[in-house]
Design a protein around this ligand. Structure first.
Ligand SMILES: Cc1cc2nc3c(=O)[nH]c(=O)nc-3n(C[C@H](O)[C@H](O)[C@H](O)COP(=O)(O)O)c2cc1C
Length: 414
């Protein structure tokens, strides 16, 4: 055990413990990490306020708490984008710069925030994005997230590189999650491995495969490297000496090796999609789409849904914000298949903007990871509650009693 659980230690005591920690002495203190990634919004700091999940007033309160409780290298893994964080910043600034048009004197006494995806009704459009290695942020990792998402009925997608197997996550959640698929180099590098992974998730009851395509070229995670260099602990629980992650993740263990497939990896093209599509009965979504051209290809190749994403700024550097990519993509899709969007959504008003620009649902990554890292299941629940409350207030404020009342008219043109 490297650190006390935030549940057990009041934050003030915890900060005191941390200040005395050799970990910080070697890293030169948390202050040295701050210039690497600024807080996402200007704010006055009330250091003692967030001692429990209940205290958090917005998502950034959870971020600040997680920055204290999560070990530096793991916090760096959450925070990192690529290069100098331009894509990460673009996601936020584009959302912040969009202005809402508010209609008045509309009856907003009854709100309908429900969405229908693949014939199933969800009470909320806010989804849990797939994020790997969640036990690096809290001992209960994916199980805490599953319990939190289930308690509020949020749709959840589990990563290929989860630190908990899909069967256990489904059991904690009480129903199957959606399953995210990586192919080589992050996931299985053979066709046999890929189909075995899909088959395993199908056998576990997962109704949908989310195939992530935005890391095919690799990614330049400078911020992660900087945080890692600031973290001198030796932790052999999950790491080999030298700090690299240990053996394969649970879902990648024991997969048939098969023949390394040159069509899976850097050279994968759209031609692989029908092959993957036909290998499963599950619904098939592609995650990482950023252009109308690729949205049209999704339609041509019979994909069931698309997920607009730049991996939260972790894929291409100097990338466009997803909220800015949405209009051309929703025009190309013209309502024929569901669109999920993520990357940089931190406020209920951001969720409203995503739906207004044509998304069916909005997924979040870091907001719930910060909650998880700071306070476990309660922190994830708090992140979801904050976003839900803010979204509902915004819907009432702009005179939209249901999500279908949001549209391009909700966004100001200047
Ligand atoms: C720590 C971390 C791990 C992630 N792991 C995965 C993953 O395993 N598979 C995947 O498709 N996306 C992964 N993502 C990207 C998320 O699914 C999502 O696209 C992104 O977090 C959304 O941006 P946001 O964090 O700004 O909300 C990860 C993101 C983070 C922050």
């Amino acid at each position: 055990m490297l650190r006390p659980n935030a549940h057990d230690v009041r934050r003030r005591d915890f900060l005191r413990w941390l200040a005395a920690s050799p970990l910080l002495a070697s890293a030169g203190g948390i202050a040295t990490l701050e210039p690497l990634i600024a807080q996402e919004a200007p704010r006055r700091v009330f250091d003692d306020i967030v001692q429990s999940a209940e205290d958090a007033l917005d998502i950034w309160d959870l971020q600040r708490a997680a920055e204290v409780t999560v070990p530096p290298a793991h916090y760096g893994y959450i925070m990192t984008g690529v290069d100098g964080e331009e894509t990460y910043a673009n996601n936020r600034s584009a959302l912040e710069q969009l202005r809402l048009r508010a209609r008045r004197l509309v009856d907003v006494s009854n709100l309908d925030t429900s969405v229908n995806i693949f014939g199933r009704k969800w009470d909320t459009p806010i989804m849990i994005a797939p994020c790997g290695s969640q036990r690096a942020f809290h001992a209960e990792g994916e199980l805490a997230v599953a319990r939190a998402a289930s308690s509020r009925q949020h749709l959840q997608t589990l990563s290929t590189v989860s630190s908990t197997a899909v069967e256990e996550v489904n059991e904690a959640r009480g129903e199957p999650v959606w399953y995210q698929l990586y192919l080589s180099p992050v996931g299985p590098g053979s066709w046999e491995g890929a189909t075995a992974l899909m088959q395993r998730s199908q056998d576990a009851g997962c109704p949908t495969i989310v195939y992530t395509v935005d890391l095919q070229g690799g990614s330049n995670r400078v911020t992660l490297e900087r945080y890692s260099r600031d973290d001198n602990r030796t932790c052999t629980n999950c790491h080999t000496p030298g700090g690299r992650a240990g053996g394969p993740k649970p879902m990648l263990r024991g997969l048939p090796r098969g023949t390394p497939d040159p069509g899976l990896g850097r050279s994968t093209t759209w031609e692989t999609i029908p092959r993957l599509r036909d290998a499963t009965n599950q619904k098939f979504i592609i995650k990482g789409i950023m252009t109308a051209e690729d949205a049209e290809l999704c339609l041509r190749y019979g994909v069931d849904g698309i997920w607009v994403s730049n991996h939260g700024g972790r894929a291409e550097g100097s990338g466009q914000a997803t909220i800015d990519a949405l209009p051309e993509i929703s025009e190309a899709i013209a309502g024929s298949i569901p669109i999920v969007v993520d990357s940089g959504f931190r406020r209920g008003s951001d969720i409203v903007k995503g739906i207004a620009r044509g998304a069916t649902a909005v997924a979040v990554g870091r907001p719930y990871l910060w909650g998880l890292g700071a306070f476990g299941q309660e922190g994830v629940e708090k992140a979801l509650d904050i976003l839900t409350r803010e979204m509902e207030i915004t819907m009432r404020a702009v005179g939209a009693p249901s999500l279908s009342d949001l549209g391009p008219h909700t966004i100001a043109t200047s």
